[in-house]
Write a protein that binds this ligand. Structure first.
Ligand code: ADP
Length: 396
């Protein structure tokens, strides 16, 4: 409890853009979150006052951080499960719990659990470590054909940790490299994906649930570049089914906070679950301006066990486009100059930059546009994001 405000203290482990945007949402709630940062120049550490510098893999650092927090939550899912359990055993409230978070940390455990609930996903198999793993890949290929998708069971992000292999020889190379790096693998059938969707919901300890409209996430080389809300042309029954799947997962896995369920849509309209995130997610950034309650505010409401806010959209169409670091040699004018021109050219588009250094391909921000017409809104968001990434028309 913060003695001065009388409000509970939320601790956030991790200081990337999600913590930065949670901090932003915390301000009107009267909150000043405490943030565990790797370094003082992490995105959220630059803006928060109550920052502890420490290593999220080190239990002593986590304990030092948790003192005085009424609830601890996350900006990422990389905190070792045993440390989360130790904090909980100390009496710290950690949300989501280690038991829930496990299914966002371990893709094989997630597939087993969701399969057990009868929820739809690709065919998959755990692989033996080393050359012995090839038999598992070949068995899956015998049933579902090549290519096969190999995945690191834990630790992947933005497509790192996912390999599409077309032959046994290619599979063996990935398997051997993974064994050498100590990475456990699983195999999945390669789904003929028509597009990717995300159902983002929130759940409170009290058991209240709220679902934002299902969105389409546009991926390029494993990185989400655009989010279209609501998912264009999605049949109402399919949207309903996706929301129900996400809310059911939140209940069954006892998730508290935001849960993003990434889904594949196939040609016949089937939805298959790809993976889960139990924190605010890139597919929900549009909610900051695009919904009555943003995913960041909702996550805080949920972990504080406050009633959830309305997930209703603020406009018929909302598009978010990520700003990726462009090649550093194409814009001698620099980002400050580009912000200036971007604001002048697209005054209705909202800019969010994360306080990160620009590296080619790195997610350094996003923009959001609202309106009535998908084509117009999408074009404006994309143009503004590309402009911030790459500079003026002369470099397009
Ligand atoms: P990450 O943890 O890196 O986000 P994902 O499991 O989401 O990894 O996979 C990254 C991308 O790889 C997905 O967005 C999708 O485009 C592709 N992918 C993943 N699994 C499959 C699959 N079974 N079939 C086809 N494509 C897949």
């Amino acid at each position: 409890m913060d003695q001065r405000t009388g409000l509970p203290v939320v601790g956030i482990i991790g200081a990337g853009q999600l913590a930065r945007m949670m901090h932003q949402a915390a301000i009107p709630l009267g909150q000043s979150p405490r943030i565990l940062a790797d370094s003082a120049d992490d995105g959220a550490a630059l803006v928060a006052h109550d920052v502890v510098i420490g290593d999220y893999r080190d239990l002593a650092d986590l304990r030092r951080f948790a003192v005085g927090c009424d609830v601890v939550t996350f900006d990422h899912e990389h905190v070792p499960s045993e440390h989360i359990r130790a904090l909980a055993a100390d009496g710290t409230t950690v949300l989501p719990s280690a038991d829930a978070l496990r299914f966002a940390q371990d893709k094989a455990a997630m597939r087993e659990r969701l399969g057990g609930l009868g929820l739809p996903g690709p065919a998959w198999a755990r692989l033996e470590s080393g050359a012995g793993g090839l038999a598992g890949v070949e068995a899956l290929a015998a049933q579902h054909g090549w290519p096969v998708v190999l995945k690191a069971i834990s630790g992947g992000y933005d497509g790192k940790g996912v390999w599409v292999v077309a032959t046994p020889a290619e599979a063996l190379t990935v398997i051997e490299d993974a064994a050498a790096a100590g990475i456990a693998l699983m195999a999945e059938e390669a789904v003929a994906i028509v597009r990717e969707l995300a159902a983002v919901v929130a759940r409170s300890p009290f058991g209240q649930g709220a679902a934002w409209p299902v969105v389409e996430t546009v991926q390029v080389e494993g990185i989400c570049v655009e989010v279209l809300a609501p998912a264009p042309g999605l049949a109402p029954e399919a949207a309903d089914e996706a929301q129900k799947i996400a809310l059911r997962i939140a209940v069954e896995l006892d998730v508290v906070g935001v849960l993003a369920v990434e889904l594949f849509e196939t040609a016949d309209g089937t939805l298959l679950i790809n993976e889960l995130a139990m924190r605010p997610h890139n597919s929900g950034h549009w909610t900051i301006e695009g919904a009555r309650t943003s995913q960041f505010e909702q996550h805080l409401r949920a972990v504080l066990d406050y009633p959830l806010g309305s997930p209703e959209m603020a406009a018929p169409v909302v598009v978010m486009a990520n700003v990726l670091g462009g090649p550093t040699d194409v814009y001698p004018a620099g980002i400050d100059e580009r912000i200036h021109h971007c604001m002048a050219r697209w005054p209705d588009v909202k800019i969010h930059l994360y306080g990160k250094g620009f590296r080619p391909g790195r997610k350094v921000g996003h923009v959001t546009a609202l309106g009535d017409d998908l084509e117009i809104v999408r074009a404006r968001a994309k143009a503004a994001a590309d402009y911030l990434s790459l500079g003026g028309p002369d470099v397009h």
